[in-house]
Design a protein around this ligand. Structure first.
Ligand code: HEC
Ligand code: HEC
Ligand code: HEC
Length: 90
C-alpha cells in the first residue's frame, strides 16, 4: 500500500512537469473566434519561449487584455496581424 502511494505521488509529480502545449488553441468570443497556433509561433520565434512565457513555460490565461496587449504588441513590432478580423474570425 505504501509503495502504491509513493508510485502515485511520483506519477502525479511527473505528470505536472511534462505539461506540453497543444499545437493550437482557439478562443471563442462575441467578436469572433481567435486561433492561436502555438506550434507555428514557436517556430517563427525560434523557440524563444520567453517572448511570451515568464519563467518555466506554463498555462497562460488568454483574455482580452493578453490578446490586445501581448499578442498585438508583438504583431505591431514584427509585422504580424493587427486588424480586428486578422485575429477574430466569424
Ligand atoms: C507567441 C507566444 C508564445 C511562445 C513564443 C511560446 N508560447 Fe507556450 N503558450 C502561449 C500561450 C498563449 C499559451 C496558453 C494557451 C492556452 O492555454 O490558452 C501557452 C501555453 C503553453 C504551455 C501550457 C500548456 C498547457 O495547456 O498546460 C506550455 C507547456 C508551453 N506553452 C510551452 C512553451 C514552450 C516550451 C515554448 C518555447 C519553446 C513556448 N511555449 C513558446 C504562448 C507562447
Ligand atoms: C512575440 C511575438 C508574437 C506574439 C506574442 C504573438 N504573435 Fe502572433 N504572430 C507573430 C508573427 C511574427 C506573426 C506573423 C508570421 C508570418 O506572417 O509569418 C504572427 C501571426 C499570427 C497570426 C496569423 C496566422 C499565423 O499563425 O501565421 C495569428 C492569427 C496570430 N499571430 C495570433 C496570435 C495570438 C492570438 C497571440 C496571443 C495569444 C499571438 N499571435 C502572439 C508574432 C507573435
Ligand atoms: C492579435 C490578435 C487580436 C487582434 C488584432 C484583436 N484582438 Fe480582440 N481579442 C484577442 C484575444 C486573444 C482575445 C481574448 C479571447 C477572446 O475573447 O476571444 C480578444 C478579445 C476581444 C474582445 C472580448 C470578447 C468577449 O467575448 O469578451 C473584444 C470585444 C475584442 N477582442 C475586440 C477586438 C477589436 C474591436 C479589435 C480591432 C480593433 C480586436 N479585438 C483586435 C485578439 C485580438
Amino acid at each position: 500500500m505504501k509503495k502504491l502511494v509513493i508510485i502515485m505521488m511520483l506519477l502525479a509529480f511527473v505528470g505536472a512537469n511534462v505539461a506540453i502545449a497543444a499545437d493550437s488553441y482557439t478562443y471563442d468570443s462575441k467578436k469572433g473566434t481567435v486561433t492561436f497556433d502555438h506550434k507555428a509561433h514557436q517556430a517563427k520565434l525560434a523557440d524563444d519561449c520567453a517572448k511570451c512565457h515568464e519563467g518555466t513555460p506554463a498555462k497562460i490565461e488568454v483574455d482580452k487584455k493578453f490578446g490586445h496587449k501581448t499578442c498585438k504588441a508583438c504583431h505591431k513590432k514584427m509585422e504580424g496581424p493587427t486588424k480586428c478580423n486578422d485575429c477574430h474570425k466569424k
